[in-house]
Design a protein around this ligand. Structure first.
Ligand code: ZN
Length: 80
C-alpha cells in the first residue's frame, strides 16, 4: 500500500491498471440510484457517474484537477 509524503497510509484513489479501470467503469455504468436528496450526475471530466446534493458537473475527485486548471488559465489570462 502506498504511503504518502505525510506518512499517512492511503488506498490509491484511482484504479491503477487498464483492467481495474474497465472493471470500475463497468460497475459505475450499472443502474444505481443516488441517496435520497442527491442527484445522479455524469462527471464531465472522468465520465463516471457520481451523486451530489448540489448542482455540479464535476465529481469530487476531479474538482481539484479542474480548480488547478482554472487557476492556470486565470494566471495566463492575466499575463503572468
Ligand atoms: Zn470526475
Amino acid at each position: 500500500m502506498p504511503v504518502s509524503a505525510d506518512g499517512i497510509l492511503r488506498e490509491p484513489l484511482v484504479a491503477k491498471t487498464r483492467e481495474e479501470e474497465a472493471a470500475a467503469l463497468a460497475v459505475n455504468r450499472q443502474p444505481w440510484d443516488p441517496l435520497p436528496g442527491m442527484r445522479k450526475i455524469l462527471c464531465v471530466e472522468c465520465d463516471y457517474y457520481f451523486a451530489a446534493r448540489s448542482a455540479t458537473d464535476t465529481c469530487p475527485e476531479c474538482v481539484p484537477k479542474v480548480q488547478r486548471r482554472h487557476a492556470r488559465a486565470e494566471r495566463a489570462s492575466m499575463g503572468w
